[in-house]
Design a protein around this ligand. Structure first.
Ligand code: GLU
Length: 503
């Protein structure tokens, strides 16, 4: 297949928030498409009306937009294969299900929900499969006349795949290599529901065909469905037309085994969704990386490294670098353990790396959210001074807020532990000296301060922490004389005087 025929898809069902694993699936699809000059398609798989959640589709679009991933074709962006929402393609699917019935590859099943419920009650592991179907009400057990009569009188029915008995179905997974299944282990999945809607299994195959998908990458949890999809490909379109599959490894809990879940995030105190997601049914709030203060570049970089690397020690990648280096051969087969401390490390590295221009709007929004009005003449200087100290955008509130607003609380106990009268005298004299000091920049202020301390016979080191607390409110922030340089003469003197009055 020539490169420009690469067409991949992310095919979410709009049933809730987008978990880390979902965004990583988007990302790997996108990186692969862009690397090969192909197209990335977003298709909404909403045929299961009972699981439909209002707002979930819009939320998926918002998450992709935040990550900087723009689909080439989607319900929102259009495209030659529109519509991209399966519910709007409903009428397309029935003909394929009918064809399968005609060829004996699928059959009508007339069992009512109550009858099947009864079966499940009497045998908890009940599956509609090559054994049980022989005792159930379907076009394989009923006579042709009976079936015709039921169909003519519009008795509710579904169409199920007729899973062959004891056949081997295999395919070559781009990550796992050859994967085989025995068909006897797979149940007769419903393909078309009583309401005429296709199930996911039929719709995914038909749409991957009609949308000319060349590669289908999805989470490992879909591997058990692969034999059904392969058989549908074989029956309907031919295996030579089937996309190349890759089932992406799971993202695992940081501790123990198993797939990372929202519960793990709640238990260990970190988000597992890309953005805040409020479940419209329960009003439950699921925290998102965005609102937690992650920047999209870091989030995307961190996700790409969950189960992939470029074969070197390089860890920080821009999206362009990821596109250039990405290859499926380097996606690891085992699941990748999620490490929140590492995720924070990525964010910190990215905040350090980003230019003041890129950080400015994020910082302004964060400060405003905390009622801090940032003064534009000093903002860029402040961002530059404190960005190395921030892991989250929200850290700018503490690290930068005092530049704009006088601290409301001052850690006076930390000053008082080593306080003495001569220090009060020193700082009183210092405010007087500062009033006449003209060379208002960090290095000159530092030299001046140290000279005055020496003259007063106090070690400068003993005075620096009190000065910091006076200007900042606590024991943090960048170099203290750089802070004084930025907040200016009047404000520096006022903050020193205010604190002395509290001691
Ligand atoms: N609709 C499926 C989902 O919700 C897509 C699985 C696939 O990519 O085939 O994840």
């Amino acid at each position: 297949m020539s490169n420009n025929n690469v067409r991949v898809r992310f095919a979410p069902s709009p049933t809730g928030g987008l978990h880390l694993g979902g965004v990583r699936t988007v990302l790997f699809n996108y990186l692969f498409a862009k690397k090969h000059g192909g197209k990335f398609i977003l298709r909404i798989e909403d045929t299961d009306q009972s699981r439909f959640v209002a707002g979930a589709e819009e939320y998926i679009f918002n998450c992709l937009e935040w990550c900087g991933i723009v689909p080439d074709e989607s319900p929102k962006h259009g495209g030659v294969h529109a519509p991209y929402r399966q519910s709007e393609r409903k009428d397309l699917y029935k003909q394929y299900a009918d064809k399968l019935v005609q060829e004996g590859k699928a059959y009508y099943a007339f069992d009512t929900a109550a009858e099947l419920e009864e079966k499940r009650k009497s045998s908890p592991n009940f599956q509609y499969n090559n054994v049980t179907r022989k005792e159930l009400k379907n076009s394989l057990t009923l006579s042709a006349e009976e079936v015709k009569e039921l169909l003519d009188s519009n008795v509710a029915h579904v169409i199920r795949i007729n899973m062959p008995t004891d056949e081997s179905v295999s395919f070559n997974d781009l990550i796992r290599g050859e994967v085989s299944f025995n068909t006897s282990q797979v149940d007769d999945k419903v393909l078309l529901k009583a309401d005429g809607m296709p199930t996911y299994h039929l719709a995914v195959v038909v749409d991957d065909f009609l949308m000319e998908i060349s590669h289908a990458f999805r989470g490992e949890e879909w591997l058990p469905s692969a034999p059904v999809h392969i058989l549908l490909w074989k029956y309907l379109f031919g295996l030579d037309k089937m996309p190349q599959w890759a089932h992406l490894p799971l993202i695992l809990k940081p501790d123990g085994n198993g797939k990372l879940s929202k519960r793990d995030g709640d238990r260990l105190g970190f988000p597992v969704f890309a953005m805040d997601w409020i479940d419209p049914k329960t009003n439950e709030i699921n925290a998102g990386f965005k609102e937690k203060g992650f920047i999209p570049e870091a989030f995307v970089n961190m996700l790409a490294m969950l189960g992939w690397n470029d074969g070197t020690d390089k860890e920080i990648f821009t999206i362009e670098e990821l596109i250039a280096s990405f290859s499926l051969e380097r996606v690891h087969k085992p699941g990748a353990k999620f490490d929140y401390e590492k995720a924070k490390w990525y964010n910190h590295e990215w905040i350090k790396k980003l230019s003041v221009d890129s950080l400015r709007p994020l910082v302004i929004a964060e400060l405003e959210k905390n009622s801090i009005k940032s003064n534009s003449t000093i903002l860029d200087n402040v961002i530059d001074q404190v960005k190395d100290r921030c892991t989250f955008i929200s850290d700018f509130v503490l690290q930068a807020g005092f530049f704009f607003n006088r601290p409301t609380t001052i850690d006076t106990p930390s000053i008082q532990t080593k306080w003495a009268e001569n220090k009060t005298t020193f700082f009183n004299d210092y405010t007087v000296a500062l009033a006449d000091f003209e060379d208002w920049n960090g290095p000159s202020l530092e030299a001046h301060f140290k000279q005055l301390a020496t003259d007063a016979q106090i070690k400068p080191g003993e005075l620096m922490l009190p000065l910091r607390i006076m200007l900042v409110g606590g024991k943090f922030g960048p170099h203290v004389f750089d802070i004084a340089a930025v907040i200016g003469k009047e404000e520096t003197i006022a903050r020193i005087k205010n604190t002395i009055a509290l001691l």
